[in-house]
Design a protein around this ligand. Sequence first.
Ligand code: ADP
Ligand code: MG
Length: 465
Amino acid sequence: MHARRRRVESLNRNSIYSGNCSREPTIPMEMMDLGETNIFNQYLKKTNTIIKNKKILQTTYIPENLPHRDDKIGEIAEILAPALQGDKPSNILIIGKTGTGKTAVMHFIGNELKKASVEMEKSKCVFIYINCEVVDTSYGILYSISNQIIMDPAKRMPPTGWSMDRILSELTAVIEQEKKIFIIVLDEIDRSIQKNGDDIFYYLTTMNEILKESKVSIVGITNNAKFTEFLDPKIRSRLGEERIVFPPYNVEQLKDILYDRAKDAFDEDMLDDDVIPYCAAMSAQEMGDARKALDLLRMSADLAERNGDPKVTSAHVRLARDKIELDAMNEVVKTLTVQSKTVLLSIIMNKENGMDFMTTGDVYSTYKLVCETMGLSVLTQRRVGGLISELDMLGIVHARVKSFGRAGRTKEIELNIPQKICENVKDDEIFTDFKKKNRRQTTLMRCPYPISVSSGNDGVGAFAP
Ligand code: ADP
Ligand code: MG
């Protein structure tokens, strides 16, 4: 008790200092002049003039209306309805590309089920939602299910430490005790399978063989229909008793979705007439993804607000799209392997040295130099060709096969990323050493093509990432 008080007092004493490394006293909050003005006011005033309710445009917001998904809601509700009367519904597998409304629809159905359970005298059904991207271990999934059933914190299972057998048998006992139908939604189910294999689905789908008074139904949601190929055939057929496919939205559907969200998010006249059709058209090209369409609308409005413009126009949408594309490409490039990044750096170096189009051989010569300077193992030209094809598939380069008649065929490679991303690649920490060594060795290194000076260093004319 005393020790605890001493610790609190010492924390309080320390709190007047701005940090461990600085002993400069800072002014306690209560002694500060907290008048009307602070540096944030200018930004607060500037924002929130166009968007009335930012929350509604966020992708985590669950709208009350889900235009163009009535049919899917109906199909799922029909399958799950028996749960309300205490009968086990079939397991369902929901398949569809990202942004087709799978998660939103299941949350909507969960809310409706909860409402129906409350309206009925004696609720027979429990709805449990788990995102396997967030909870990414088999133990975590079972723990998370148990946590949503056991309300008393003192009786909850430990987040780690038990064996799988123990947590599974305790969970089965808890479920049995409830005497209810459990609808367990496992969103992004393929993530869990990639990481943990299919044991968890085996446990959950076979639990019904032990349960007598309660039953469990699984609703699996996935963006990747192919994942089922990796499942044990028995689990595959159990999980996919009912399959529901969510198709991508078309332009008209995306427009309706955006109009529906925009009417609550914006005051009238804050959007030019062509803004929503433009956002919808751009997103329809990209696989009919409602998330992308909403992101585009939100970012366009953000840009307009930050610019202090009176309303959102198609020019803001274009700017927002460029920014989204840049961010997405940056993410892709960041996650490349060291070898792929080195191939990309070689292509960038060639381009900066005047080669707008290059052959695999051109890339390979530079690649070898870079690897040797970095002390990285050198792959064969064939493997490097494969990595170039991967970069092509990711849209980072364009590679086309060109025929030279009798002289044969060769790949013509062209860089396809904006300058800003090239700079990011060059600044990648894996090339820090290369940068230093390359500067030092330039006078010795024989380069296979004319080289330009890209920054004011030793002036030898080397590539300086
Ligand atoms: P998925 O789970 O298929 O990747 P989500 O359900 O997360 O897609 O939907 C992405 C975003 O688009 C969410 O913000 C969601 O609210 C919205 N959305 C998707 N479909 C609709 C719809 N029919 N009506 C309104 N908003 C939708
Ligand atoms: Mg989802």
